[in-house]
Write a protein that binds this ligand. Structure first.
Ligand code: IMP
Length: 429
């Protein structure tokens, strides 16, 4: 049976998952999204062309069959925009009938607040999901009873909406009904059963990739609550939400060479100095969706260890190593608070300070050198880089299968990485 893979961000999102999914999608039949909404943006650079997708799985760039699962929050406008970006699209696209529709009032009610959200309406839509009566699914959107459902929902929300300055509920309702009808006519033929499609594909021996949005530390349950998103960003959540068998999948974590974080919330290894600014600039750490600058930090083995455990990573890919080239850096190996130390990521991070281990350094390299290293394989990487990679693997007891040295799909070291980093793990055991 073909190897199915799930891709999970190991930190707080923006780890470069799009590139890795795009790389793996080359020989996949299906690529599916299982969480989040258009709060996540994926930038894919392939064959000299840059495409940014917000809700469609990145496999769409390669014309693969793509699916959007039942627990994804979909703004139909973002979906139609993405479809426009991949208009020569040849594969099938299935949006699950249970997927949640982001409605205009979700956007009105999501003001960023104290969590510093992406203002894409995800939180308010998730609140409606929890209510079980006020949520609008794709199945509702295309149903003959949509008008009735919308009326009931708006009745319940009337007070809240009036508080935002809305005067005429009737006009508001008519306008939403009109645009929703237009969306419905364009998405009707895409609406289906994503879990069943993927299950059948696996049974036929086709290869499926599940593409996570955000990162494990933003998971609604396991993340740094309350500064998290409203869906499950971890592997277990994906299988539960799509109704797929975890035993059919390899779990690959994407660990950016350094963590970043947008919005509010604790970030133990945050760099508030010149190095942080250089990483932010060299790594183009500005949100694909919101344009917000991302805070950058030192690598954090404590956070990665936690992520590896809660997702059961089989392997990890380390991305954006080129950004750390020419910069001296270190990594948090444990946390300390009032004389107490821990290697386990605490739920409440307040007061915990990172304790840093050794210093790493490797020289900058040109794109031509990066290409050469990719051709030659893992052992041709600079010694300082390998030392860092092997320490990551050892800290989280997980081998590294891919090393990314550039945004370009071609510039990724795959050859021998798994074998070599596994070697250092065997040593440790
Ligand atoms: P929401 O998902 O828009 O509700 O935002 C909740 C938190 O998750 C905020 O701190 C956001 O900045 C963060 N967040 C949501 N999506 C992403 C993403 O794709 N990358 C990084 N952070 C994200």
């Amino acid at each position: 049976m073909a190897e199915n893979t799930i891709i999970i961000g190991a930190y707080w999102g923006d780890e470069g998952k799009g590139k890795i999914v795009d790389l793996l999608a080359a020989d996949a039949d299906w690529v599916a999204r299982f969480n989040g909404g258009d709060n996540a943006g994926h930038t894919i650079v392939a064959e000299g062309k840059k495409t940014i997708l917000h809700i469609l799985p990145s496999g769409a760039v390669q014309g693969k069959n793509v699916a959007i699962g039942p627990d994804v929050f979909v703004n139909p406008e973002a979906l139609l925009k993405d479809l426009q970006s991949v208009k020569d699209y040849k594969g099938r696209i299935v949006v699950d009938e249970r997927a949640h529709v982001i409605m205009p009032y979700h956007l009105t009610l999501d003001d960023g607040g104290k969590l510093g959200t992406t203002k894409r309406g995800i939180g308010p839509a998730a609140e409606d999901r929890a209510s079980r009566t006020r949520d609008i699914t794709f199945s509702d959107l295309i149903s003959e009873k949509f008008k009735e459902k919308l009326h009931g929902v708006l009745k319940e929300k009337e007070l809240m909406l009036r508080n935002t300055g809305l005067n005429s509920m009737a006009d508001y309702e008519n306008e939403i009904y009109r645009t929703s009808n237009e969306y419905a006519s364009r998405v009707r033929q895409l609406t289906g059963n994503a879990g069943l499609e993927l299950h059948n594909a696996i049974q036929r021996g086709e290869k499926v990739i599940l593409e996570g949005a955000q990162g494990a530390l933003l998971d609604i349950v396991h993340g740094t609550r309350p500064y998290v998103t409203s869906s499950n960003t971890t592997a277990g959540g994906a299988f539960a939400n799509l109704g797929l068998n975890p035993r059919h999948f390899k779990v690959v974590g994407i660990a950016k060479a350094y963590p970043t974080r947008v919005g509010e919330g604790p970030f133990p290894t945050e760099l508030k100095n010149e190095l942080g600014r250089r990483i932010q600039e060299d790594g183009h750490e500005f949100g694909a969706t919101t344009g917000r600058p991302r805070k950058a930090g030192m690598p954090d083995f404590v956070a990665l260890r936690y992520s590896a455990r809660i997702n059961s990573f089989d392997e990890i890919a380390v991305t954006k190593l080129d950004v750390l080239a020419g910069k001296e850096f270190t990594a948090a190996v444990k946390y300390e608070k009032g004389g107490e130390t821990t290697e386990n990521f605490p739920f409440r991070l307040e007061g915990w300070q990172p304790v840093y281990g050794k210093t790493y350094y490797f020289e900058s390299f040109t794109e031509a050198e990066a290409e050469r290293m990719c051709k030659e394989g893992y052992t041709s990487l600079p010694e300082g880089m390998r030392e860092y990679l092997e320490d990551v693997a050892a800290a989280i007891k997980t081998p590294i299968s891919m090393v990314s040295l550039s945004p370009k799909r071609e510039i990724t070291v795959v050859k021998d990485a798994l074998e070599e980093t596994r070697k250092c793990l065997t040593w440790l055991m």
